[in-house]
Write a protein that binds this ligand. Structure first.
Ligand SMILES: NC(=O)c1ccc[n+]([C@@H]2O[C@H](COP(=O)([O-])OP(=O)(O)OC[C@H]3O[C@@H](n4cnc5c(N)ncnc54)[C@H](O)[C@@H]3O)[C@@H](O)[C@H]2O)c1
Length: 488
């Protein structure tokens, strides 16, 4: 029933898209912020001479991983704190624009009896961090628009780089990352923590052991009511620390609007799936994307925007500038992807509606089914019309617990970070670097998962027209058959 519905929806959207394409009033008035035309958005630039792919890239083992953290706002300090629980690391440098954030992290290091890290606070100081010759890994937790420039610069200066999601927001940025990783032979990982959650890992294990048969359709989402966060000028929260520190008007003229409301600005300027990776990452691993299959094309549709305006009116008043602002991101974006091997992916984004959190995480195959939200369910042929009882599901999840969560799950739950998944991600990153192994997520994952943003924006802006997803591996997507975590 579900499969039928999705199929009809997919067919309807494509049909409607094609009709819209022929309607000149739609195509004459594109509102997509992407400056490129339909012909070039999905272009695969040929690989520069002397460069080869980095599928399964192995680098020299690094017995002690020397790390620099850039961006210590809401997310960054948690990463430093998690690293304190991982063997074989040294925190060499920390970089943020706010002394308050630096002090917090130095305090954390001190509490753990670690040496002070070198401090960088200037706007462009992150370049100096990347230029140092005593750092192996640059870990980036800054606002989105700095992700790709920082990653590229770090790799160009011989560093491995780990970057928060989304690592890229335009097609050009995606290709910059791929080309730089291929040229420099450095690891470039997008920190998609949701790939390491317990249910996701267990169902990946089940998929790899054939419990779902051939996986035909998957779904993922980022549905998270972020209205209060998006309207929260984070830096202003810190006024209590030092009078005026949150007053970015005086501290950093010209940047005020963006720095106070960078999340909001992302929502204001774009309309598509602007944060696709949390839902997409885990299901792409299930589908072996660029490890035997690849995303070929997508269509995307956004609802209109209702909730941001309504929230702004309630919070700031009917006549406030916030209420009068244009919020371009539709409340709900739905994107459908078809793969080369005939599989389908549904991916949604909604951070403006009052509704419970969900990443969906649904897997539907020829022999079984799994879903995490709104309720955890497992179902297997021939009794798949009803899900396993809670007790049987728990038994199955235990039986198929992923070897990685089996090994570090208990510690991860204690250390925390979204219930432990953040720790498992960092643990795996350091483990692979220390042992010279390919990382769990490579630069092609980073580009494939992030490119959904510009491609969905383009599709939405052009009447949900089908858009080709480029092959970032440039022909190497079948080199490895099946997603796998590397072990020594
Ligand atoms: N994976 C997850 O579950 C998860 C959760 C939260 C946030 N995030 C991501 O983490 C990133 C950071 O989010 P956040 O909530 O911490 O944002 P934030 O605004 O709280 O922090 C960003 C920090 O970057 C610093 N910064 C800005 N420009 C800088 C520069 N030029 N040099 C050095 N530092 C600079 C700012 O001073 C600020 O402290 C975002 O990409 C976000 O999407 C991911």
């Amino acid at each position: 029933m579900m499969k039928k519905f999705v199929l009809y929806f997919f067919v309807a959207v494509i049909g409607w898209s094609l009709v819209s394409c022929c309607n000149s009033s739609t195509t004459d008035t594109p509102v997509c912020p992407i400056k490129r035309g339909a012909d070039s958005i999905s272009v695969e630039p040929s690989r520069p001479a002397g460069q080869s792919d980095v599928i399964g890239l192995r680098c020299d083992p690094i017995p002690t991983v020397r790390v620099a953290f850039i961006g210590l706002g809401m997310r960054g300090p948690g990463a430093v704190s998690r690293f304190m629980h991982i063997e074989g690391i040294e925190v060499k440098a920390i970089c943020d624009l706010e002394q308050y954030n630096i002090d917090k992290v130095q305090e954390m290091l001190k509490k753990d009896s670690r040496p002070e890290a070198s401090v960088y606070t200037g706007e462009e100081d992150w370049k100096k961090v990347c230029e140092r010759d005593d750092i192996d890994l640059v870990y980036v937790c800054t606002p989105w628009f700095l992700h790709t420039p920082m990653a590229v610069y770090a790799m160009e200066h011989g560093k491995h780089v780990a970057v928060e999601v989304p690592i890229a927001r335009t097609m050009d940025e995606c290709w910059q990352l791929v080309n730089t990783a291929e040229k420099t032979r450095r690891h470039c990982i997008q920190l998609e923590n949701c790939c390491y959650d317990f249910f996701e890992m267990a169902t990946l294990n089940m998929a790899q052991k054939g419990l779902f048969g051939e996986v035909v359709h998957v779904e993922g989402a980022y549905i998270h009511d972020l209205r209060s966060l998006n309207f929260n000028p984070r830096l202003n929260e810190r006024e209590s620390y030092e009078p005026g520190i949150g007053d970015t008007k005086s501290k950093r003229p010209g940047l005020t609007g963006y720095w106070n409301y960078w999340r909001l600005t992302e929502n204001t300027d774009n309309n598509g799936n602007i944060y696709p990776t949390h839902g997409l990452g885990p299901v792409c691993q299930v589908l072996n994307i660029h490890r035997g299959d690849r995303m070929e094309r997508l269509v995307s549709l956004s609802s209109d925007q209702f909730n941001m305006s309504a929230y702004a009116k309630t919070k700031f008043g009917d006549d406030s500038p916030e209420a009068g602002k244009e919020y371009r991101e539709g409340d709900m974006n739905t994107t459908l992807v078809k793969t080369a091997k005939g599989k389908s992916i549904l991916i949604q984004h909604d951070v403006a509606s009052p509704r419970p959190y969900s990443r969906i995480h649904m897997i539907s195959g020829t022999k079984g089914f799994a879903q995490k939200w709104p309720a955890q369910q497992l179902a297997f042929d021939p009794e798949a019309h009803s899900a396993l009882s809670r007790e049987d599901m728990e038994k199955k999840l235990k039986e198929y617990e992923h070897p990685i969560t089996r090994e570090v799950g208990e510690l991860a739950r204690k250390v925390g970070g979204h219930g432990g998944m953040d720790f498992i991600m960092d643990y795996r990153l350091v483990y692979c670097l220390r042992n010279g192994l390919p990382l769990d997520m490579d630069v092609y994952d980073a580009a494939e998962w992030s490119c959904i943003t510009p491609l969905s924006e383009f599709s939405v802006a052009h009447g949900s027209v089908p858009v080709k997803v480029p092959d970032f591996t440039r022909g190497a997507w079948q080199k490895i058959q099946g997603f796998q975590h590397a072990f020594k």
